[in-house]
Design a protein around this ligand. Structure first.
Ligand SMILES: Nc1ncnc2c1ncn2[C@@H]1O[C@H](COP(=O)(O)OP(=O)(O)OP(=O)(O)O)[C@@H](O)[C@H]1O
Ligand SMILES: [Mg+2]
Length: 144
């Protein structure tokens, strides 16, 4: 793999029908590229949590995967509403998902913890009322 490969998806707010599509597509592509299956599992979990967060919590955004031979980075960008208290958002069990979303089985407040657990590198920037950008990288050269 010399060139960097990028796959990208636009995610609309509240559009649950496409939830999981990006992570499935990523999984298939990574399998075809021969990426280690444990790493694929980590990346699929990260992508799934971030795409669901875009659907549930954001006003809409984009998720992308940047694939190179030694690292894969998942980037989620949205155009609001931003995260006021990032530390709080990472507390296990903390969720602002409304009751009807919780009834659908989401909103355990564990998604970002999962991302943190499976990423080798995590970077989050957010401005309340404006945007959130999350970058999670998984190294392919190190052991799972
Ligand atoms: N893209 C985002 N924009 C705005 N707020 C977000 C975004 N992603 C996460 N959050 C905030 O961070 C909180 C914690 O997110 P996390 O993914 O850990 O839990 P959850 O989505 O509420 O529940 P779960 O992921 O377990 O279904 C969310 O409840 C929400 O308040
Ligand atoms: Mg979540």
């Amino acid at each position: 793999m010399q060139e960097k490969k990028v796959i990208e998806s636009e995610i609309e707010k509240g559009y649950f029908a496409i939830g999981g599509e990006f992570s499935s597509r990523l999984k298939k592509i990574l399998r075809r590229l021969g990426v280690d299956s444990q790493k694929i599992r980590y990346l699929a979990i990260i992508a799934y949590e971030l795409e669901m967060n875009l659907i549930i919590h954001s006003d809409g955004g984009r998720i992308s995967a940047h694939i190179s031979s030694n690292v894969i980075q998942i980037i989620s960008k949205d155009s609001g509403p931003g995260i006021k208290d990032i530390k709080k958002a990472f507390q296990p069990g903390y969720s602002t998902a409304p009751a009807e979303i919780k009834e659908m089985g989401f909103g355990a407040g564990l998604g970002l913890n999962n991302v943190e657990k499976f990423a080798d590198n995590l970077n989050i920037k957010s401005e309340a009322g404006k945007y959130t950008i999350l970058k999670a990288a998984v190294n392919l050269s190190t052991q799972s």
